[in-house]
Design a binder for this molecule. Structure first.
Ligand code: NAD
Ligand code: GLY
Length: 350
């Protein structure tokens, strides 16, 4: 088992390993001595696969367990689901000494975290991420929230978890396409600033899952500790995301988030080379890595369409947009450009 400690506005451990759902009840005693109530939040798919194991562990440790389960998928990540969850928390009389447990992918973690951030002006929550993406990214760092009809993640709060348990056994039931989506985010960390991770990824993921996940969590930890409120260095996590979000939206979400980020990383690397800002060997290195993890690399859209959508994204600041550009293998930097030059910039990557 690996442990990464995050020292943000709250200090907490991220544990990574096998069997962590089974031992969760005992592990939580130090943070939340029983008797306590816990609301386990999950989606229907994850509840059916992994819920019994977690709930049995919590109950046998003496916790009183309640459940809130919603239909799986991004379509559930709404204000309406949050209201239902708030009501469930109130009906069970959860207090500030009780806690919420998020069991699922990023959708579950973001919503359970947001409900915990806002119910009674904030109660603790614990993350049990069950997708690779949630283990390496969304469960760590305290961004919580939900979508509005006009855009993703438009409501939310920063609320750090009290603990994160990445039980790698749960990855065994993950469909291949959702696992591949997570791999795009894993690979992203390598090109942000982790050449050692890129070396590890030359071997199959299954050879060292705990080590690879722990590397990513430590990379995210460093950026969160440097910039918890996401005004500077944390934006490096958006490598591949400016073009990626545009690709996702233009495809009407038929291209998955991970696939879009993969294509976005290649596009930005090629554009950075064309602009004289990146060493020439980077795009082919990224392409080869993504292909090895069954991820796409070719962009099906033109620069005009991409720029139009990217400039309507909430990450734009006034007349400029901050791009994340690789400059050599295993290193990236932030690069603000005037918004009206984005289309030309994208052209260099296509
Ligand atoms: P998700 O939570 O929708 O999970 C994907 C699918 O996998 C779901 O259908 C789910 O039921 C299923 N699933 C989950 N675990 C499983 C398992 N172990 N076995 C079988 N099926 C399983 O999606 P995701 O990719 O985990 O997360 C995407 C969400 O995360 C988005 O809403 C995104 O905005 C958010 N996100 C948040 C942050 C953050 O910092 N808070 C960072 C990145 C992404
Ligand atoms: N996934 C982006 C962030 O946590 O900042």
């Amino acid at each position: 088992m690996k442990t990464v400690t995050v020292r943000a506005s709250r200090t907490y451990d991220v544990q990574i390993g096998s069997g962590l759902l089974q031992s969760a009840g005992a592990s939580l005693q130090a943070l939340f001595p029983t008797p306590r109530k816990v609301m386990v939040v999950s989606d229907d798919t994850v509840r059916a696969l992994w819920g019994d194991l977690l709930i049995a562990s919590l109950e046998s440790a003496g916790y009183t367990v309640f459940e809130f389960v919603f239909p799986h998928g991004e379509a559930s990540k709404t204000a309406a689901t949050i209201v239902s969850l708030w009501e469930a928390l109130a009906k069970t009389n959860l207090t500030r000494t009780d806690f919420v447990a998020a069991l699922g992918g990023g959708v579950v973690g973001d919503m359970a975290g947001f409900a915990a951030a806002t119910y009674l002006r904030g109660i603790p929550f614990v993350q049990f991420p069950t997708t690779l993406l949630a283990m390496v990214d969304s469960s760590v760092g305290g961004k919580t929230g939900a979508d509005l009809a006009i855009g993703k993640n438009l409501i939310g709060a920063f609320h750090q978890p009290s603990a994160v348990f990445c039980d790698t056994d749960t990855l065994q039931t993950l469909p291949d396409n959702i696992f591949a989506d997570g791999c795009a985010e894993v690979i992203k960390y390598g090109y942000i600033n982790d050449p050692e991770l890129l070396e590890m990824l030359k071997k199959p993921f299954a050879d060292a899952p705990d080590e690879i996940i722990a590397h990513c969590v430590a990379d995210k930890r460093d950026l969160v500790e440097a910039d918890e409120r996401d005004t500077g260095a944390r934006q490096l996590l958006n490598l591949g995301h400016t073009a990626g979000h545009a690709i996702e939206m233009l495809s009407d979400f038929t291209i998955s988030h991970g696939s879009a980020v993969a294509i976005g990383m290649v596009l930005m690397a090629k554009a950075a080379v064309a602009a004289g800002l990146c060493e020439k060997d980077v795009p082919t290195h990224i392409e080869a890595m993504l292909k090895a993890y069954h991820l796409p690399t070719e962009c099906p859209y033109g620069a005009d369409a991409l720029a139009k959508v990217a400039l309507s994204d909430k990450k734009r600041k006034g007349g400029s947009i901050t791009l994340v550009l690789p400059d050599k293998i295993g290193n990236s930097r932030l690069y603000p450009v005037p918004a009206d030059t984005l289309c030309e910039f994208f052209k260099g990557g296509l």
